[in-house]
Design a protein around this ligand. Structure first.
Ligand SMILES: [Zn+2]
Length: 129
């Protein structure tokens, strides 16, 4: 006779297979995108946010700082509206860029949620047979 407790252990394994949902792409809040007056500008702002969604925290800060510097006057406010980053965060990125990032470690820091190596090899082997 097989004890019933064996069945419950399979069930536990199944419920543990929960995937973390992919990071959402921020919607720009600037006047252009809200008013819909300039489709090109709107597309650029969307693409900025697409790239942002794949960067880690410090990379997002630096990219936002570059965009803000490119716009010049009012750049910090605009990039804040585009990306949803706090103006304080963008200013911090600008400060770090002014120092050529010399005060930041060169090794890429793996933040939580940055992902781990994929299991592609395993999948390919299975598909071959
Ligand atoms: Zn916009």
């Amino acid at each position: 006779m097989i004890p019933l407790t064996i069945l419950s252990s399979f069930y536990d394994k199944q419920t543990r297979m929960v995937q973390v949902s992919s990071q959402q792409i921020h919607q720009c809040q600037c006047e252009h995108c809200q008013g819909g007056s300039d489709p090109h500008e709107k597309q650029i702002h969307h693409q900025i946010n697409v790239v942002m969604s794949r960067l880690d925290e410090q990379q997002r800060r630096w990219y936002a700082a570059v965009e803000a510097n490119r716009h010049g006057h009012g750049g910090i406010k605009l990039v804040g509206q585009i990306t949803g980053l706090a103006e304080k965060t963008i200013r911090q990125g600008q400060q770090e860029l002014l120092l050529d990032l010399t005060e930041r470690p060169e090794d890429r820091i793996r933040l939580p949620g940055a992902g781990r190596p994929r299991a592609e090899k395993k999948t390919r082997l299975l598909a071959k047979s």
